[in-house]
Structures are given as C-alpha cells and as structure tokens.
Write a protein that binds this ligand. Structure first.
Ligand code: PCA
Length: 199
C-alpha cells in the first residue's frame, strides 16, 4: 500500500515548519508500505491542487496531512474539517478569507477517517503529549483537510485520511516557556499514528 504524508512550508512568523523536518526524517517504508512525502504551499487555492496529482498517481490507502499549530502544546488529532475558511491571517500569497465556503453546495463538515481514539491511546500510553482536537482552525490546514475528505467522499474511496497538528519543536523555540516538543517526539507521534492506522 502507498501512504502519503504531507507537510507545509513555513508561513506567517514561523520561519521553520516542523512538519517539513518530520517529512525529512520519516522512513521510506513502514511495515512494507511505501511512504510518499509531499511538501505543500500555504495557499488557500493551491494546497490541495498540489496534492491531488499525487493522490491520483499513488492511490494511497492512507493520507496523513500534517500542519503546525504554534499555540498548541500537544500533538492534535483533528476530528473534523468544516466547510468554511475564516482567519485574519493571510496565506503566503497575502490572501485573507472571512466566512468563505470552501466547496459550494457540499457537506458542512467531514469527520477524520483515521482511528483517532486508537492512535490517542497508543501515544498517550507512551507518554507522548496528545489530544483529540475538535477544531483544525479555519485557516489553511482546515481547508486542506476539508478538500482531502471531500475528494475521498465524491470519489467513493476508502482511503483513511485525516489531519494531525503538531506543536512547535523544542529546537526552534526561543524560550523554554513556549509550547513545544522535541522533534524526535513529534516524529515518533507521527510514525505511531501511521502504524495505528495500518493495524
Ligand atoms: N499550519 C497552518 C497552515 C500551515 C501550517 O503548517 C494551519 O494550521 O492552518
């Protein structure tokens, strides 16, 4: 089986996006399944368009999209993507979206297809800070999560797809007081999430 894992380029005042560091360190395969990594732009209109050809080519059984949530302290397994963009932050092209529907005449929301509770229990048991989050925000990450789950739905695919937000990495923060986790912990959390989805 093919597994696609995506990360995002740096954005706003985050000059490093830990999700790209994770992509670099992921093994080429997990339990005999090939890992395909894709770096995505922080652009409302293009993030999913860049990913789509990879989905069409590799027909992945699992898609895990990663994003940075600098204000969170845990690895966040996102439960839901909403069909709206609303953020006073601009994307990397300077575009701001307020109260905008992502896909017209489509479902209001999609739930993650990842086995969230199982992944949560695994990470939690190992002492990796983790939570199931009920909002992926309404910026680019929610936009991508919505597009991926919508694509799976309209194409009747049984791909297990979902979004995971990670905190800043300890290696990039200036103060010990900032929310952060060591890169190895974030990486372990992502690998265990993939393994948990495989079983
Ligand atoms: N995090 C942002 C966009 C890119 C990223 O890594 C978000 O949470 O929407």
């Amino acid at each position: 089986m093919n597994i696609i894992v995506t990360g995002f380029e740096p954005f706003l005042n985050n000059d490093i996006n830990p999700t790209l560091e994770v992509l670099e360190l992921l093994p080429k395969s997990i339990k005999g399944n090939d890992i395909i990594t894709v770096k995505l732009p922080v652009l409302y209109d293009q993030c999913f368009e860049v990913l789509k050809p990879y989905i069409e080519k590799y027909k992945p059984g699992i898609i895990i999209n990663l994003g940075l949530a600098a204000n969170r302290k845990n690895i966040c397994l996102e439960r839901v993507a909403l069909n709206v963009s609303n953020s006073n932050h601009e994307d990397n092209a300077g575009i701001m979206r307020i109260d905008e529907t992502i896909v017209i005449n489509a479902k209001n929301a999609y739930f993650s297809k990842l086995p969230l509770r199982k992944i949560y229990n695994t990470l939690n048991k190992k002492g990796i800070p983790v939570e199931i989050s009920n909002t992926a925000g309404l910026y680019i990450c929610n936009n991508l999560m919505y597009h991926v789950l919508h694509y799976i739905n309209i194409n009747n695919l049984d791909t297990k797809a979902g979004f995971i937000h990670v905190p800043l990495m300890e290696e990039q923060v200036k103060s010990k007081l900032d929310n952060s986790l060591p890169l190895v912990t974030i990486l372990e959390g992502v690998i265990d999430s993939i393994k948990g989805t495989l079983l």
